[in-house]
Design a protein around this ligand. Structure first.
Ligand SMILES: [Zn+2]
Length: 260
């Protein structure tokens, strides 16, 4: 499976048949091994620290279609590959890239994608059960001004999909809340294995590049956003690694004192 994550904006789990990394993806994008250098060294050290087995680090020419930064894992078990968009590589320093990868590893290690897919499977079954019940309920047809036709399941299916968004709209905030909790957990994982300050710098760049506001309306954000607002994430990261940020403040204070 593929966990696509911008670190800042929305992402989706995409089912990934074994063919995707080797056959399908190369049709649309060029993949090349991540060149040697500080970024590769930092990422390899991070993967070793976390005990993350993989079959190589690749760069994908994502800039052909979008300037958005992105990174994902693909493949199963030990055959996993790590793919970075060339735009991410161009935009972030080695320590920032390491921190973003640590966040992604957090999603992977904490099984966020699997959990989400399990939830979606349960929700799909629940909706199918609901549909089966509604199909046999005359009031369902009557309420929508349609003649009851339980022998024609297509009618019930169309009506069901017409009505469903009214109710799933109300479930939206719950899914958003769940997703934002996963983001906080992945951020906490990243601070344990990489630099919280580097993650903050990377987040600000990614939110900027994705033209996402750093200060969204809190109510709108609580309802719709799968990722927490940047300011909230940064505040939590600062709280998780106060020593790292205090050291930076000391340096800033010393620099200020040194000024005439
Ligand atoms: Zn994330």
């Amino acid at each position: 499976m593929v966990a696509v994550d911008l670190g800042g904006v929305d992402r989706l789990p995409v089912p990934d048949p074994a063919l995707y990394p080797t056959v399908i993806a190369p049709l649309f994008n060029k993949f090349s091994p991540l060149p040697a250098g500080p970024a590769r060294d930092a990422i390899e050290r991070l993967l070793a620290r976390c005990g993350f087995e993989n079959r190589g680090l690749f760069v994908m020419d994502g800039s052909r279609r979008s300037s958005h930064g992105n990174a994902f894992f693909t493949g199963f078990g030990r055959a996993k590959r790590i793919v970075l968009f060339d735009t991410l590589l161009a935009r972030l320093g080695a320590d920032e890239l390491e921190a973003v990868l640590a966040h992604e590893l957090g999603h992977f290690r904490l099984r966020h994608v699997l959990k989400r897919m399990a939830w979606m499977a349960v929700a799909s079954l629940a909706f199918l059960a609901l549909l089966a019940w509604l199909m046999a309920s005359p009031w369902f047809y009557a309420g929508l001004g349609v003649a009851a036709s339980p022998d024609r399941p297509g009618i019930a299916l169309i009506l069901f999909f017409l009505v469903l968004p009214v109710f799933t709209f109300l479930l939206g905030p719950l899914f958003s809340l769940h997703s934002r909790r996963h983001e906080f957990e992945a951020d906490a994982f990243a601070t344990r294995h990489a630099s919280a300050r580097a993650l903050v710098r990377a987040l600000v760049k990614l939110y900027e590049d994705n033209a996402a506001t750093l200060t969204p309306d809190p109510v709108h954000s609580a309802f719709y956003d799968s990722h927490p607002p940047a300011a909230v994430r940064i505040a939590r990261l600062r709280a998780l690694a106060p020593a790292e940020f205090a050291a930076a403040a000391d340096v800033a204070a010393m620099a200020t004192k040194a000024l005439p």
